[in-house]
Design a protein around this ligand. Sequence first.
Ligand SMILES: [Fe+2]
Ligand SMILES: [Fe+2]
Length: 294
Amino acid sequence: MSEQNVNMPEARERIAKIVEDTDSLPSLPTIVMKLIDVVNSAESSAEDAAELIEKDPALTTKMIRLANSAFYGIPRSISSVTSAVVVLGFNTIRSLVLSASVAKIFEGKHSLDMDRFWKHSVVTAMASKIIVRHLMSVRMMDPESAFCAGVLHDIGKLIFSQYMADDYATVCDYAKEHKVPLIEAENKCLGFNHAEMGKILADRWSLPLDLEYTIVHHHGPENADKVSHLANIIHLADIISHDVGCNLWDDEVRVQESAQCRAELKIGDADFEKIMSNIENSLDKSQEFLAILK
Ligand SMILES: [Fe+2]
Ligand SMILES: [Fe+2]
C-alpha cells in the first residue's frame, strides 16, 4: 500500500457505524453476565456459580477439562463444576468462562490467524500472572484478574478481524510493508485502534472498570490519567509475549516498551530476568489451555 492511499474512508465509516449502533456488536451470553455478578458478590457460594455454568453443557465440559489440565496442576481429579469452583476459586472461574465465551463468540472467519492471536493472548495472560506473583511481596493484586485482563487485552482486534476482515487485512499489510506496530497502522489507516475498539466492547459488556481501563491503556500506560499497575503489567506482559515469539505474524514489529513501566512496577533487571525465564519455562503449558479453549 502506498503512502498516498493509507487513509481508508470507507473503513472509517464502517467503524463509525459499529461504534454508534449498539446492536452491531455481539453480546455476552446472559450466563456469563450473571456469573460475573455472582463472582463479584460477597454472598455467593460455589454452588451459585456452578448452577449457572451447568446450564451450558459445552461450558461445563470445558470447565471440567480445564480444571483437570496440567495448566492448573491440581493433584486430584475434579469431576463436578462445584468442585472446580471450590478448588480453582471464583476469579479463576471468571477468567475461564470469559475466555471460553469470547473464543466461542468470535469463532468463524477472521483475517487474523486465530491460532496465533489466541496464543499471543494466553501467553500474555500467563506472563501477567507471573509478573503479579513476582510482585506479590510488595503489592497485593489478584493474579487471576491480571490473567483475565491478559486474555482480553487485544479483544478489539477480534472486532476488526471479523467484522471488517478485508479492511483489517489491508491494515496488517500496511504494518508489514512499513515495518510498524499494528496499532500504528490502525491509527494511520483507520484513525481508530484496537485499544479504543476494545473499550467499546468492554463498555457494552459492562466488564469491570479496571479491566476496561487496562484494555484502553495497554499500549501506552504512560498516557493514562492515573498510574495503573494493571495497565503497566499487561503492557509489559504483552511485550514479553511478543519477545518469546508469540506474535501475529513472523517479524511483527512490536510497540516500544513504555519508559517508566518497569520503574513504576519496581521491576529491576534481575527481577525481569527471573520473570522471563519463568515465562519461557511455562510456554508449553499454554498449548493445553489453548486446545481446550477452542
Ligand atoms: Fe494490543
Ligand atoms: Fe497484545
